[in-house]
Design a protein. Structure first.
Length: 295
């Protein structure tokens, strides 16, 4: 119920404040040329990737804080671009610190997960290595179990830490304390957060799938050798269209991805506010009960 109400509230806020969707679409369009730099000049792939990574690390915290501030204001009425700049500047340091901590933690956690999965694979394979008839089922089982474990190892921390940005912007937490605040909120509202995460994952998966197809089609037309075998098989059943049409569809898909980003960020703010409002109300009731008992 909380999830559905928060999503409805977010949609209404975006309808009143198209400036949020316009901003996220504009930001998505800025990233569009980077997708085709490797196609136009393959030798610049590494340079383009490095520039994109540095720009993302430095700019994303400002954008994240600014849009969260706009979404919060939009839920109560109207917002404007000035709020984006003000909130982005105000929380930039904490957002950058938290983002770097999250990025570093993800890298370390990913390495540990790969090592654990790799060692587990070796332990399982060695006893049956000389038995080809048994080796294939064991490898298949390891691949399935390893993929599920690897996914869960990243999914569980994400569920507990996903509200660090909201904690910084709305609760004035620092880079470190924002994570503990997020964990505390999730622990107190675990099942609503799980429901929210499932909805967010479904929306992201849907938009991501349909948003990536036009770019993949255009990439395969401009650089057929760069297209992997699996993608070639998937696209083989799709009627061939002109490069111009593919480019137009890619532009449309980018706009679609920008709109989804605006929706999901506003949704996250509405949901976070509903959780913290509920927690504050519970705390107030508990305090009133304590005072009544003392009296």
């Amino acid at each position: 119920m909380v999830v559905a109400h928060s999503l409805q509230t977010a949609v209404e806020a975006l309808r009143r404040n198209p400036v949020i969707a316009g901003l996220t679409v504009l930001l998505a369009l800025f990233q569009l040329p980077l997708q085709f730099v490797p196609l136009a000049a393959p030798s610049t792939t590494i340079i383009a990737s490095a520039v994109s990574l540095v720009a993302t690390v430095l700019v994303l915290p400002f954008i994240f804080g600014g849009i969260l501030g706009m979404a919060d204001e939009a839920l109560d009425g109207t917002t404007n671009f000035g709020t984006f700049v003000e909130m982005g500047k105000r929380h930039y340091t904490s957002m950058l610190g938290a983002y770097l901590l999250l990025l570093g933690g993800g890298i370390v956690f990913g390495i540990i997960a790969w090592v654990v999965v790799g060692l587990g694979t070796l332990v399982a394979i060695i006893p049956v290595f000389d038995s080809p008839r048994v080796l294939f089922p064991v490898l298949l089982l390891i691949m399935v179990v390893g993929s599920v474990l690897f996914f869960l190892l990243f999914l569980i921390p994400f569920i507990f830490l996903q509200f660090y940005g909201q904690a910084i912007v709305f609760d004035d937490e620092g880079a470190f304390s924002s994570f503990s605040r997020s964990v505390s909120i999730v622990r107190q509202n675990f099942w609503p957060v799980v429901g929210y995460s499932v909805v967010v994952f479904g929306i992201s998966l849907g938009f991501g799938f349909f948003g990536s197809l036009p770019a993949s089609t255009l990439s395969s037309q401009l650089s057929p050798s760069a297209t992997n075998t699996l993608l070639s098989e998937v696209l083989s059943g799709v009627p061939q269209i002109s490069i111009v049409a593919s480019a137009a569809l890619t532009l449309f898909a980018t706009i679609l991805m920008g709109l989804s980003a605006g929706l999901l960020l506003t949704f996250s703010v509405a949901f976070y506010r509903s959780l913290t409002t509920s927690d504050n109300a519970d705390d107030a009731n508990d305090d009133a009960a304590v005072r009544g008992t003392s009296a």
